[in-house]
Every structure is written in structure tokens, then in C-alpha cells.
Design a protein around this ligand. Structure first.
Ligand code: KMT
Ligand code: NI
Length: 178
């Protein structure tokens, strides 16, 4: 896992978009935004007691696995565009990268974009009500486990979605709200 403030160039979304010089973002800063992170052994995902423990503690009863690649995801380019629209959910978004790589872009307290680069073994949760977007990188491939508390709801609300209680609660949870 590595995170940085993105440059504002309109080059392809799959490129790193690092500033020159790079502006790194620490795990601590991500924690202040409500993001949780674990590093696990993805080769063991079927039997991993560490993963089991997290799932039990956080009540992640549901799980499935999606492969984001042009040969496995119907309407690949269209879906990528959709994932990259800035949005929020009314529940936590929990993703465990089993293979390949992925970028999650999230807004900081000043509404600036932070890019979180995820690799195999990275498990991340974005809090309900946090604006974010998702993309693959230049390798165009990621295999991710999706976890959820109870029956999954994947509905995304594109920005602006400020009236939702989940959004208001999230903003209030920040030490220095927007
Ligand atoms: C989301 O809501 O941002 C997504 O589901 C991204 C794709 S998960 C592999
Ligand atoms: Ni999302």
C-alpha cells in the first residue's frame, strides 16, 4: 500500500498521477479519514485465520470475488468509467486485493484527491459516506474480494450526495470537517 496526492493532469486515469516531487500520504492520515487497512497473505485467503478474525470482529458475513479485466467483466470499459465517477455508498466499502493492483482515490478533509495504490494482500475499508472512485492501473487487471455486513448493497450515489445521513455522519466524524 502506498498513497499520494494526485496531480490534476487529465492524462489516463490508469497512470499513477504522482506530483513532482511526490506528495506522500501516511497510513496515519488515512486513518484520520476513517480508512482501515490490513496486510494479509492473499495466497491463504480460503483458509486464512487472520482474515476469519477480521470478518468475525467486523461482521463481514458476505463475500464474493470479482475479477476486473476485459475478458472477465462484461462491458469492461463502460464499467471502468462508472467506477471512476466520484461516488459514495451508504455502507462501508470493503475490498481485499487477491491479485493484480488497484487504485482507490479518496477525498481528504480539504476535498483534495488522495490516490491509494493497492497490491495483492491489501485489505481496505472506506467508511460509509466517503466520496471516492476506483480504477485499475496500467496492468488493467485486479482480482478483489468484496466483503459486506449482511446482504450486500452495491448502490453508488454519484456526487453530489450530501443529503444522505451516511454522508452527514461521515463529515461529522472528521476532526476538521469540510
Ligand atoms: C466501488 O464501488 O467503488 C467499486 O465497487 C469498485 C470496484 S471493486 C473491484
Ligand atoms: Ni465505491
Amino acid at each position: 500500500m502506498e498513497a499520494w496526492y494526485i496531480d490534476e493532469s487529465d492524462a489516463d486515469q490508469r497512470l499513477p498521477h504522482k506530483c513532482d516531487p511526490n506528495k506522500p500520504v501516511s497510513l496515519e492520515e488515512l486513518k484520520h479519514l476513517g480508512i482501515l487497512y490490513w496486510m494479509l497473505n492473499a495466497d491463504l485467503y480460503e483458509t486464512d485465520p487472520e482474515l476469519q478474525k477480521i470478518r468475525e470482529e467486523r461482521h463481514y458475513s458476505y463475500m464474493d470475488i470479482v475479477t476486473v479485466h476485459k475478458d472477465t467483466l462484461p462491458n469492461y470499459e463502460e464499467k471502468l468509467k462508472m467506477f471512476f465517477e466520484e461516488h459514495l455508498h451508504l455502507d462501508e466499502e470493503i475490498r481485499y486485493i487477491l491479485d493484480g493492483r488497484a487504485y482507490f482515490d479518496v477525498r481528504d478533509k480539504e476535498d483534495k484527491w488522495i490516490r491509494i495504490s493497492l497490491r495483492k494482500g491489501n485489505l481496505i475499508t472506506l467508511p460509509a459516506g466517503m466520496y471516492h472512485r476506483f480504477t485499475v492501473d496500467e496492468t488493467n487487471y485486479t482480482k478483489a474480494m468484496r466483503l459486506f455486513v449482511g446482504e450486500p448493497v452495491w448502490k453508488a450515489y454519484n456526487r453530489p450526495a450530501d443529503a444522505f445521513e451516511a454522508r452527514q455522519k461521515y463529515v461529522e466524524s472528521l476532526v476538521y470537517p469540510l
